[in-house]
Design a protein around this ligand. Structure first.
Ligand code: UDX
Length: 438
């Protein structure tokens, strides 16, 4: 097996490094945060990802997985080094590559043996060449034998381990085919399709994939908005569409739209690249506009249901950008809360996993311990994230707890008829106008 190094212990680096250790490789994960590294050494995770904690503990105990803040220690004898640091959005929507640059320079400063540098972070098309150029210039006096390979990740938060262990495909790009073949060997045991292409094409596959998935979600949200006016039920529409193998059932769930650390950043970055290269990304712009408007639907709906929102108490169920993660970056709930507070609403909120992160950013919000406390005295209850634990709530109890029985189901998690029959004013996303009670 090989010695791998991962620079960056976030959602991508820590998960991928740990999974590679689980496959039998010797893996060192490096981070510049001493606190994060010391916690990892104690088996304390910096992120919530189902199954990760146990896998980290098992592989650390087996001696396959270690953590350090020292580039020297990490890179000593390494054959592969993965760059897995953040590439946040800059002011103009471009990908901020300062962390990638810092890692490339640190690698150049300490490595003397042949090494393959692998870009795991989502980086703009052309970054592979840029990383190679940084290393070359940094080692002008003492040339280094290295190659750069692009290896974009397709992990979804909340199912990242499964997505690594059963990938639909592995994508590799490089000007050095032999280096790409060596990286491909690391994935052979996963027995999945491995596409080897050039650097720019591999980088574009990542952006195009995420942008397509975001487009699919914005598409179904647009259809949902039309359904709302025409009395069709988007859940059934999506079901009927999805049987067509060319469409498929995935990513056709209408709701408050997409958030997270990837779709918003990647769609913006791709549109930015397009504009900088003289093309006009009208579709990507529309995809982003539709997504932003989905959050605003909550305000329009609650104004219709409650009138003026000033001093109204609104309970928010779910803060993370999607279930099974504690990640609240670009979460629809955050924007909905911000918009509601702008109208003078008083917010109560609860999330099964994201409360520690929410506490850091939410101001003037009553953070609750459970859904029922969130509903207490509320004039409306908004579901922002479709956590499993919200599926079977005791709505009799919710009804008693609320001041007004208004439900805004932002993820179409519940059945309109059932709630309407209980006396709730139910609002979903494109759920048609059937108001009958069985
Ligand atoms: C995404 C890509 O799926 C993954 O391949 C890439 O590596 C990283 O970005 P992630 O952002 O973790 O993964 O979550 P994903 O499950 O793709 O959902 C993205 C957003 O779309 C979430 O906010 C989710 O709520 C929303 N979504 C997804 C919908 O609104 N409707 C859907 O049908 C599916």
């Amino acid at each position: 097996m090989s010695k791998l190094v991962f620079i960056g212990t976030g959602y991508v680096g820590l998960v991928t490094g740990t999974c590679f250790a689980d496959l039998g490789n010797t893996v060192t994960c490096l981070d510049i945060s001493p606190e994060r590294i010391s916690k990892l050494k104690e088996g304390i995770m910096p992120i919530y990802e189902p199954g990760l904690e146990q896998m980290v503990i098992n592989n650390s105990k087996a001696g396959r997985l270690s953590f350090t803040t020292s580039y020297q220690e990490a890179l000593d004898g390494a054959e592969f080094v993965f760059i897995a640091v953040g590439t946040p959005s800059g002011v103009d929507g471009e990908a901020d590559l300062q962390y990638v640059r810092a890692v490339a320079e640190s690698i150049a400063d300490v490595v003397n043996d042949p090494i393959i540098v692998i870009n795991k972070s989502t980086v703009p098309v052309g970054t592979g060449d840029w990383v190679a150029d940084i290393i070359k210039k940094r080692r002008a006096g003492k040339p280094l034998d290295f190659s750069v390979v692009s290896n974009p990740e397709f992990l979804r938060e909340g199912s990242a381990i499964a997505d690594f262990m059963q990938p639909d495909r592995v994508v590799l790009g490089s000007t050095d085919r032999e280096a790409a073949n060596k990286v491909a060997k690391l994935y052979l045991t996963l027995r999945c399709p491995i596409l080897i292409t050039d650097l720019r094409t591999a980088e574009m596959i990542k952006y195009a994939s995420n942008a397509f998935l975001a487009t699919k979600v914005s598409f179904i949200n647009e259809i949902a908005n039309i359904c709302e006016e025409m009395g069709a039920d988007i859940r059934e529409v999506a079901l009927g569409m999805g049987y067509d193998k060319r469409i498929g059932h995935h990513f056709l769930d209408a709701g408050l739209g997409w958030g997270g650390s990837c779709f918003p950043k990647d769609v913006k970055a791709l549109a930015h690249m397009a504009v900088l290269h003289g093309t006009h990304p009208q579709l990507l712009q529309a995809v982003m506009d539709i997504n932003r408007n989905q959050r605003r639907k909550v305000i329009f709906t609650l104004r219709r249901a409650l009138g003026n929102l000033n001093d109204k108490v609104i309970g928010i169920l779910g803060i993370s950008f999607k279930p099974n993660t504690d990640d609240i970056r670009e979460a629809p709930a955050l924007e909905v809360i911000h918009l509601l507070q702008n109208e003078g609403a008083i917010i109560r909120a609860y999330d099964p996993q994201a409360m520690p992160n929410a506490r850091e950013v939410l101001k003037q919000v009553t953070l609750c311990e459970n859904p029922y406390e969130t509903a207490e005295g509320a004039d409306a209850l908004v579901l922002a994230t479709e956590w499993n634990e919200f599926k079977q709530l005791d709505f009799e109890r919710i009804y008693q707890l609320m001041r007004q029985p208004v439900i805004m189901d932002g993820r179409n998690l519940w059945e309109p008829d059932r709630l309407r029959c209980m006396g709730f004013k139910y609002f979903g996303i494109g759920r048609g106008i059937n108001n009958h009670c069985d």
